[in-house]
Write a protein that binds this ligand. Sequence first.
Ligand SMILES: C[S@@+](CC[C@H](N)C(=O)[O-])C[C@H]1O[C@@H](n2cnc3c(N)ncnc32)[C@H](O)[C@@H]1O
Length: 240
Amino acid sequence: MLPPKFFGRRQGRTIHKTKNFLLEHFLPRLLLNRNQPIDLPACFGTPKQRYCLEIGFGDGEHLAALAKANPQTGFIGIEVYKNGVANLLNILTGIREGNECPADGTVELAQGRVDNVRVFDDDARLLFDQLSDGVFDKIYLLFPDPWPKKKHAARRFVNPDNLNQLSRLLKTGGILQIATDHPVYKRWVLEQMRARTDFVWTAKTSDDWRNPPEDWHETKYQRKAIREGRRAVFFEYQKV
Ligand SMILES: C[S@@+](CC[C@H](N)C(=O)[O-])C[C@H]1O[C@@H](n2cnc3c(N)ncnc32)[C@H](O)[C@@H]1O
């Protein structure tokens, strides 16, 4: 079967020296195996209390912050954009552009971090079938590309096929969190989710979706939205 068509960017113009170093020497340690079933507890070495997934983690700030704050949770991060993956590695190792790279290529996690992040550096849709049912407590989809033109609606990540997969991957009672700042996407998410019988919207008052949730950590795209005067919404759906 042909892989699904991906319409976003896979790589930016330049990846600087330190990022290339980390992609070569540190990323392999975090990468999930491809094309074979994934045993989540085993891939973290020791079983974790909870497992979370972030799809399209961008620069990785939210993923890295949550991983630091929740050492007993195993996080799977998926991002197809190489520069973003490299940025996550900067944060996890504390090695920034201009820092000395270890001559022997051995890189460790930054002080105060535990080994609780694993990465899939490709289209999320390629990973889904490798994962078992009901493995995640929470799935984060933060500021997915809005593809606002009607003719591009089929490219939106929130769609019935992907929602079927996310539903399958969540435990009963697990949470799907979707943030967006785009008016077209806000309506789109509400429409798509209203059609589902396997998710309920947890919001009780408008404050619940107008304000970020408790475990929130600001993302690059959220900052962009704020700069450009757009207000984000934070939808949380529970798998029933
Ligand atoms: C608008 S950005 C938001 C990034 C980040 N979540 C944030 O809030 O700053 C959307 C991200 O999703 C990634 N993405 C889009 N479709 C994807 C897919 N099918 N699989 C993995 N990543 C994807 C893009 O590469 C991009 O980095």
